[in-house]
Design a protein around this ligand. Structure first.
Ligand code: EPZ
Length: 430
């Protein structure tokens, strides 16, 4: 099993280039199959989740040509099935975007029901509510979601919960429906806007993405496009908090500062210096980090995908902080691991009460999920001594060249797959 081994205590310094947004790219790959023309998607992050979804669309007959690690040409004129097997969705939940895309294009889709995951139950009732509102029948049978519609008719849909996935899935299904669809209480994340922008570049007629009311006029068909994925605000935020926690000085490049406002605001609150440029943000960590309170909220609030990273940083601040997780019910599993590194955190319900400590001590920890795994790496980078992070396959799902980018900032980190390699690293790093 591969692990990261880290020698901590080195402030991160230098520049890091941010990749395309994983959570936008997943939906864009799904949207690409909605036309029989060629679609080129650039700035794709070369991460496991994207590569699995590309395998899933190849599995139903699409032809994908890789121009390079971050650019694909997708030809969906050869799709011969609307059934996406469990083997893909058990690897990535976001295969469920193929439901909306296939239903929107072929009026039929069969996708395995996504399981829960490490951060919560992850229901999809709002996705199903949207499909039904457009006139589709939806059945769940033997772990498969089957949906079919004689025709898709636009409708006025009010989301009971602000859901990124449901907003995007309904937008996909409605893009070629008859007439007008209004999605109320829509998610406003940058990746929702990115999907709407790509669909519009394919001939769709979608207005209001980025607000809580999205208006879609169905069109006859969609045509090909060349599209580039927006930068990953969560990858950027992860490196920004790594700079803060290690008291470093890092220029995070290829970002859209507007997408980072909630993250930047919190970094300022805890004492960091921030310099904003057109497509970059510099973060300078203070000698003494200040405590603060934060509650995760849908965009433009503080992102739930940044909750472990800010908690890890606050655990090194002076004073007591409270981190409240309002989106998912089980997103504090990393706290037990962090406690083994010397953190003083008490979780009660959906809040973590954090009493700052002076430093972390290196330890052996395991990544419980994607973002918590990245946060434990941040803890290792700030810790005294050596830290090994196990189960890094979670981290590789969503961070492209993670250890290379960190090494580019002066971090002493390596991916190892044996105790022998780990020992060699320890000897070299002393
Ligand atoms: C997306 O998940 C992201 N994943 C998540 O990122 C992110 O944490 C989440 O949005 C919130 O920003 C992808 O984009 C692939 P939601 P999604 O539907 O769409 C409830 C990462 O680390 N809900 O916005 O599944 C749900 O239980 C991942 O990159 C329903 O009740 O999230 C949750 O409490 C982790 N019914 C809340 O809404 C539904 O039908 C928000 O979930 C759908 C969701």
């Amino acid at each position: 099993m591969e692990q990261y081994i880290i020698k901590g205590g080195i402030p991160l310094t230098g520049d890091v280039d941010i990749s395309g947004a994983k959570n936008a790219a997943l939906a864009l790959v799904a949207a690409a199959i909605m036309t029989d023309d060629k679609v080129v998607i650039d700035n794709l992050p070369d991460v496991r989740d994207i590569n699995v979804l590309i395998q899933a669309i190849e599995g139903i007959g699409a032809r994908v040509v890789r121009r390079d690690a971050n650019c694909v040409e997708i030809d969906s004129s050869t799709i011969s099935s609307v059934r996406v097997d469990y083997e893909y969705i058990k690897k990535i939940r976001a295969s469920y975007y193929l439901l909306g895309a296939l239903l929107g294009k072929y009026h039929k889709a069969e996708v395995a029901l996504p399981g829960g995951c490490n951060i919560g139950s992850r229901p999809i009732d709002q996705h199903i509510k949207g499909f039904k509102a457009l006139g589709a029948e939806v059945e769940i049978d033997h772990g498969m979601i089957m949906t079919e519609a004689k025709e898709l008719i636009g409708n006025h849909i009010y989301m009971d919960v602000v859901s990124v996935g449901a907003t995007i899935n309904v937008m996909l299904a409605a893009a070629m429906a008859e007439g007008k669809t209004i999605i109320e209480n829509a998610a406003k994340e940058p990746h929702v806007v990115d999907v709407a922008n790509m669909l519009n570049s394919m001939g769709a007629n979608i207005k209001g993405a980025g607000t809580d009311v999205i208006r879609i006029r169905g069109v006859e068909k969609l045509h090909g496009t060349e599209y580039s994925v927006i930068p990953d605000q969560i990858e950027a935020g992860t490196f920004m908090f790594a700079a803060a926690a290690t008291r470093g000085n890092v220029l995070v490049k290829n970002v859209i500062p507007k997408h980072l406002e909630a993250i930047t605001a919190k970094l300022l609150e805890i004492g960091c210096c921030i310099e904003e440029y057109d497509d970059a943000v510099r973060v300078i960590g203070p000698e003494e980090l200040k405590a603060t309170h934060v509650k995760t909220l849908p965009y433009p609030g503080f992102p739930t995908d940044m909750q472990p990273q800010i908690a890890v940083t606050l655990a090194l601040s002076t004073g007591t902080s409270v981190v409240t997780e309002s989106i998912f019910e089980n997103r504090f599993k990393y706290v037990d691991e962090l406690t083994r590194m010397g953190a003083n955190i008490k979780v009660e319900g959906n809040s973590a009460f954090i009493v700052g400590v002076e430093k972390y001590m290196g330890a052996e920890v395991s990544a419980p999920d994607l973002r918590a795994g990245a946060a434990l790496v941040i803890a290792g980078l700030a810790a005294e001594g050596f830290t090994t992070v196990d189960d890094i396959v979670y981290i590789q799902r969503g961070y492209e060249k993670f250890e290379e980018k960190l090494r580019g900032l002066g971090a002493r980190i390596e991916k190892v797959s044996s105790e022998h390699d780990a020992q060699k690293f320890r000897l070299k790093a002393v």
